[in-house]
Design a protein around this ligand. Sequence first.
Ligand code: DAH
Length: 339
Amino acid sequence: MPASDGHAEHVAQALAQAVAALNGAADVESLRRLANEHTGKGSVLIGLKSSLGAIADVETRKAAGRAINEAMQSIEALVAQRLTGLERAAAASAAAGEAMDLTEHLAARSRGHAHIVTQAWERLEDVFVGMGFKVAEGPEVETDFHNFTALNMPPDHPARSGFDTLFVKHGAPGSNLLRTHTSPVQIRVMQEWDLPIYAVMPGRVFRRDTPDATHMPVFHQIEGLVVDKGITFAHLAGTIEAFTKAFFGSDFTSRLRPNYFPFTEPSAEFDVRSANGKWIELGGCGMVHPNVLRAGGVDPEVYTGFAFGFGIDRMAKERHNVADLRDMYANDLRFVRQF
Ligand code: DAH
């Protein structure tokens, strides 16, 4: 090819080819390779440059040299621009590949629900709060005094042996224990609150029992305590009946049967009857024994009161027709998801 012959077209053509090739480069590595191919040793443009000397006319030669330089510069500019773009894209895709998508399962995730005992516990609180009661809680590790002595069960009282107590190694042997019922909270509330008292006290309780269909060594109770002037057994019976209808529905009724508890006198067992006539034994109740009022710092000559206590687990069991209490604590999702 004579150098003077169509030199400008050759430069333009080489530039066009270089631009097309570089624009087609898919990654940094091929961009570098193509840049070298079109501007490095052995490239068309370098070839044209070395043939410049053959152009006789000085002006033509200068113009041709300028054209080659310009072509080189625009190729370099394009390479630099594409390089930035490709590097940015590579960084973005690397980041996307390494990122942990923490929201991935959010949409599909099940939020779960409260345990059926927790549901019963909260509904019981709601019903009693609606009846004007306040909610109190006491410690799960109790003193012998609160759990027994203050509840009219002095040391050696035969009723103590019915509680299958778990003692803790703290203080004098036998002085501290895992509370066997929520009744000790009665004492704490009487000692700490101003009179009159209308309180419910839900909580976890413990007994040395082997788990079976109807017993667990850890279970839940809710205690009730009313202390005011002029409180009679009629208030107790009326409260139990009002609670029964509010919690179970208006087609349920309650009954009281004589029983014995050391902390109440007289004492009763209370049952509720569903619409289909089935009686369910719920818990104990009675008029607070004068010794218990005294232990709580209340003058039994001025104040009287009633108390009740029943198991929450049993209520959840009855409500949801669970055959075996142990299923409620096995955390088997096939069981849990039914509620
Ligand atoms: N604390 C008793 C128990 O666990 C239940 C009970 C009975 C509570 C009579 C009371 C009551 O407040 O008056 O077996």
